[in-house]
Design a binder for this molecule. Structure first.
Ligand code: FMN
Length: 248
């Protein structure tokens, strides 16, 4: 074999090794991030299965966009668990489970999914669901109990006493694990997680309109107080609170 041929062969072999190594690193990074995301927490002992979300509704996308408003006055009315299910699915539900990472209802930079979603349920706010703080698992479409009890007033206080937080049947709270996005995007991660929370929140707004419910995005809150209520560490950055109720 000529030395030129040997050289070309070695080049092809090295390219193959580099390509395989890159694939391996990408796979492992994705695997670690995903394992991290679905690893059960110690406090997640009690789980609540959510009804299957439906894929049709009474409003067209155009009608939901036209009607969307921030609604802050709610009736004192219990909502069915199916409403919780539908809103969480709209926010972060897995819509393409066949792909190994699972793709969701809202886009995410690099498919890294930094958002975590919680529900703070008021006493009597949701039919058949005890008051408490719950974490949403999008892969299994279920809730895991984080803390029992009515945290709607502490949450209202964390949101600078905005009354609609206390009046809502339940509040959806989004946090972001910025590190999940930072591993690939460095300093742009903070910008990305806020952009992603906007996508998830808009889905909730539009789904709420379709369900005849009212919601509003709350950006004014004290981060550490929200963390205390959710029982999360400083690894999670609270990004939005969304009270939900039947409009008065
Ligand atoms: C980033 C952001 C933060 C917001 N924070 C609050 C808030 O803390 N409390 C509140 O009642 N509304 C909040 N809003 C809702 C706005 O007040 C509302 O979107 C605006 O008045 C326009 O009304 P519309 O949503 O009905 O179109 C926020 C909206 C955005 C986009």
């Amino acid at each position: 074999m000529t030395s030129r041929r040997r050289f070309l062969r070695r080049g092809a072999f090295l390219s193959l090794v580099v390509a395989l190594a890159t694939l391996g690193v990408t796979f492992l990074t994705g695997f670690i991030v995903r394992r991290e995301e679905i690893r059960p927490r110690l406090e997640e002992l009690k789980t609540v299965a959510l009804p299957k979300p439906r894929l049709d509704g009474p409003l067209s996308v155009e009608q939901a966009i036209q009607r969307r408003r921030s609604r802050r006055e709610y009736r004192d009315e219990s909502l069915p668990l199916s409403d919780v299910s539908q809103l969480l699915w709209a926010a972060q539900g897995v819509t393409a489970p066949h792909l190994w990472t699972g793709l969701r209802s809202a886009p995410s930079a690099g498919g890294l999914y930094p958002l975590e979603t919680y529900v703070v349920v008021k006493n009597g706010g949701v039919e058949g669901l005890a008051a408490g703080v719950y974490h949403y698992n999008p892969h299994r479409h279920h809730l895991s109990l984080v803390a029992e009890g009515d945290y709607s007033k502490p949450l209202m206080s964390a949101c600078i006493d905005q009354e609609w937080v206390g009046a809502a049947a339940f509040n959806i709270v989004f946090t972001a694990v910025v590190e999940r996005t930072r591993v690939r995007y460095g300093d742009r991660a903070v910008q990305y997680v806020f952009q992603e929370s906007g996508h998830a929140a808009e889905n909730v707004y539009l789904q709420a309109e379709s369900l005849g419910l009212g919601t509003v995005v709350i950006g004014a809150f004290i981060e550490d107080e929200i963390r205390r209520i959710l029982k999360v560490s400083s690894d999670e950055l609270p990004v939005y609170v969304m009270p939900v109720g039947r409009p008065a």
